[in-house]
Design a binder for this molecule. Sequence first.
Ligand SMILES: Nc1ncnc2c1ncn2[C@@H]1O[C@H](COP(=O)(O)OP(=O)(O)OP(=O)(O)O)[C@@H](O)[C@H]1O
Ligand SMILES: [Mg+2]
Length: 332
Amino acid sequence: MLVLGIESSCDETSVAIIKDGREVLSNIILSQDEHTKFGGVVPEVASRTHLKTIVPIYEEALEKAGVTLSDIDLIAATMGPGLVGPLLVGLTFAKGIAYAHSIPFVGVNHMEGHLSANYITHRDIDERHLSLIVSGGHTMLLEVKSFGEYEMLGNTRDDAAGEAYDKVAKIMGLGYPGGAALDKLANQGDPTYMKFPRAMLHDKSYMFSYSGLKTAVSMHIKSLTAEEFQKNIANIASSFQEAAIEVLVEKTLRAAKEKQINHITLAGGVAANSRIRSMFAERIRGNQKLFYPPISLCTDNAAMIATAGYYRYKKDGASELIVNAVPYLKMV
Ligand SMILES: Nc1ncnc2c1ncn2[C@@H]1O[C@H](COP(=O)(O)OP(=O)(O)OP(=O)(O)O)[C@@H](O)[C@H]1O
Ligand SMILES: [Mg+2]
């Protein structure tokens, strides 16, 4: 079954063709760089850029996969959560071609898309598993009972983990979005330079909080001279990263133990982080097994949307063409 997936929830315009939910025939991703100079995504600029780029990207995705629209069995597009203008561009385009060519359509939850990126590359994930989804807008620890059946164990009280990375990177002058640059810099520093707070680490819940850590890093930087800051920039990045990641790893492993779940999947942009991968690898025990997507499938892409659409369609059938964009669409 060939699925054409479309992602436009934020500042990536992406179209992919996936075979049977597993094989990536094409996955074209355009990351809009129009927002860099503003230090964050400008929704109206994002919508207009999606409008300009979606047709050429769609054509490129078909061409690269070596197929035509008549070969496509299902069209899947992100319907939320995300920015309403950007969402509407991809969703309306998807519904338009589905209607014009009588192809079934399915609306996809972007976060279910992130989770599904793991199904593209891994075939041996237990149906019941834990998933830690850490992205620019979300921090969620889910018990996946089966595809589409989730229990939310915890999320964030304030900032998302990726948002904390981006804010700290901005304070440190690493540009926007700065998560990947901060990760790279952190690898050159000393994680024991400063013990930044591990918020809610010993709290019995699976909730997270990142605004205090961001403030602690900001206050520390303000207490330094420009020279001291430059000398310790990698150490600050490394100490921030250790604090940010330790809470994610420890709480997930505690949930795995308490719920007796051995398989853990990571998803979302922060799953691309080098330390989250290495710290989990250091701390998992016994039969526990960790899965994560390749870096290119961690941040926003349409391959994950096509795969989520494939499984959604198999579970519930097609969506009505009247489905609308839902900016705060929930996962559970
Ligand atoms: N190596 C890395 N280390 C830490 N953070 C990273 C890394 N690579 C990317 N990120 C962060 O991942 C986030 C982007 O991920 P993603 O595309 O999943 O988020 P989003 O789509 O903006 O948010 P959401 O999926 O919640 O709607 C950014 O915050 C970015 O800084
Ligand atoms: Mg995302």
